[in-house]
Design a protein around this ligand. Structure first.
Ligand code: GLN
Length: 481
């Protein structure tokens, strides 16, 4: 294990001239060169000369006293379901290979406007459907902490790039835990924002009523910095909230004597005993610092996983209908229309994606709709109401993952085992509330994470709590190797 500085500290040091952004860029490129053949965190990489050139420009501007952005010289990796005009966007699928977007996602624009340097696009389960990053058309990503194991998914490439030092910060997406699960598996952090706080313009949709682009980093303060830069109203996303001028980074420190933490039993039980013991020991620690820790029960949560998958598959079936091979990737059309489309989909989509489309179509179809899709949306509504009720009184402590990072192949034989990995994370997506994942320990060299949930737009409280936890555990800015 090694320790590195946060992006926010790097920017400060670049500006003060005590650290050289060009040297830093070389360091990051060196880590990519050394680790990539074993890890496969990236689907595409920016040309090293361009990365260095961007760092040189930051350096020149600092030296000449010009204004530089809040992310000046910070290297960022971007999940490959977020559109960029300068690198291909594949969503981990053959269907979109090669697709070059004519525009940048709003989040990418906002990061680059603050002088962040994009180093590449990261690997993911096809269309973000998965929990291990094994279901990518571009091969699996491995966990830098143990190369025989998965980094979690679907934003596994982003998390792995952070864990080996191949980027300072990253962008993931989180439909049902895809940014938080990989964070828990790689000793990194991620914050799924309140639904609507971050623009989804330029995010390739999977389950659009559930998902948010989520900052990923090696420290909680870096998440706050990223969120402040990329969050806030965007006219290009009709679900975007009319808020602006975020200042999560400067959230006031937490008065632990006034902190109330609720352990929702259904979000704490059932994990590997090793994970459970790490979970309870950090809560005891908080208790001894003066926080009040209470246990509550929300029984409807036992229905969260089936409700999530029913809704996610239904939305996927609708969202993925646009892929007919004519426009994406632009191949044009020849032969018999129906045959052409069938052939494109047969070749373009992987097994898991096809399965989800079929199940989604089934859940939405006449005669089954009430029993599946409508029923799931009702469960969702009750879960949301319950979570809002609890978060009005306290911050929820929850497990991030039920098991330690599995070995490659271990969870693929049985789809239910794969889906069960999201049992604790899907709740924040169903409820639309913010959730933070961060490391709390290691077991035999494997990272263990925790999750905190707060009420809508209470990202600042999560950041304050997360920062306090980092002080208690000393776990921030850690990288493998
Ligand atoms: N593993 C979950 C799924 O496959 C979540 C994925 C995600 O958050 N994108 O649906």
């Amino acid at each position: 294990m090694r320790r590195v500085r946060g992006a926010w500290e790097l920017v400060r040091d670049f500006r003060e001239g005590v650290e050289d952004p060009v040297e830093h860029a070389y360091k990051v490129l060196g880590a990519i060169r050394a680790w990539e053949p074993r890890v496969n965190a990236f689907i595409s990489l920016e040309a090293p000369e361009l990365v260095v050139e961007a760092a040189e420009s930051v350096k020149r501007r600092i030296e000449s006293g010009e204004r530089v952005g809040r992310l000046a010289g910070v290297t960022v990796s971007v999940k490959d379901n977020i559109c960029t005009s300068f690198l291909p966007t594949t969503a981990g699928s053959r269907m979109l290979d090669p697709y070059i977007s004519p525009f940048n996602a709003t989040v990418v624009e906002r990061l680059m406007a603050e002088d962040a340097i994009v180093v590449g696009k990261t690997n993911l389960d096809e269309f973000a459907m998965g929990s291990t990053t094994e279901l990518s058309a571009f091969g699996p990503t491995r966990n830098p902490w143990d190369l025989s194991r998965v980094p979690g998914g679907s934003s596994g490439g982003s998390a792995a790039s952070l864990a080996y030092g191949g980027s300072d910060v990253s962008l993931g997406s989180d439909t049902g835990g895809s940014a938080r699960l990989p964070a828990a598996y790689t000793a990194t952090t991620s914050l799924k924002p309140t639904y609507g706080l971050v623009s989804r313009y330029g995010l390739i949709p999977y389950g659009n009523s559930l998902e948010q682009i989520s900052p990923m980093a090696r420290s909680v303060r870096d998440l706050a910095l990223l969120l402040d830069v990329m969050g806030g109203w965007d006219p290009m996303d009709s679900t975007s909230l009319k808020v602006g001028g975020l200042d999560t980074f400067n959230s006031p420190p937490l008065d632990v004597g006034k902190l109330k933490v609720c352990v929702v039993r259904e979000m704490a039980e059932g994990a590997d005993p090793i994970i459970e013991s790490a979970f309870w020991s950090i809560l005891e620690r908080l208790g001894s610092e003066g926080a009040e820790v209470v246990e509550v029960s929300v029984p409807i949560i036992s229905k969260a996983l089936p409700a999530y998958y029913t809704i996610a598959f239904s939305e996927a079936a609708s969202n993925l209908a646009r892929y007919d091979g004519v426009l994406y990737p632009a191949k044009g059309f020849s032969g018999v229309w129906e045959e052409f489309i069938a052939e494109s989909r047969m070749r373009g989509f992987g097994r898991e994606v096809k399965k989800r489309i079929l199940m989604g179509v089934y859940a939405l179809s006449e005669g089954y709709r009430d029993e599946y899709y409508i029923a799931a949306t009702k469960v969702r509504r009750v879960i949301r109401d319950e979570i809002l009720r609890v978060t009005r009184k306290c911050i929820i402590a929850a497990q991030a993952a039920p098991i330690l990072p599995p070995r490659l192949g271990e969870r693929l034989d049985d789809p239910l085992k794969l889906y069960a990995m999201d049992v604790y994370t899907v709740i924040a997506n169903l409820a639309g509330v913010p959730a933070l994942a961060q490391p709390i320990g290691f077991h035999s060299g494997l990272p263990i994470g925790i999750q905190w949930l707060a009420g809508p737009l209470e990202e600042g409280r999560l950041v304050s709590l997360g920062t306090l936890i980092e002080e208690l555990t000393g776990l921030s800015g850690v990288i493998a190797g």
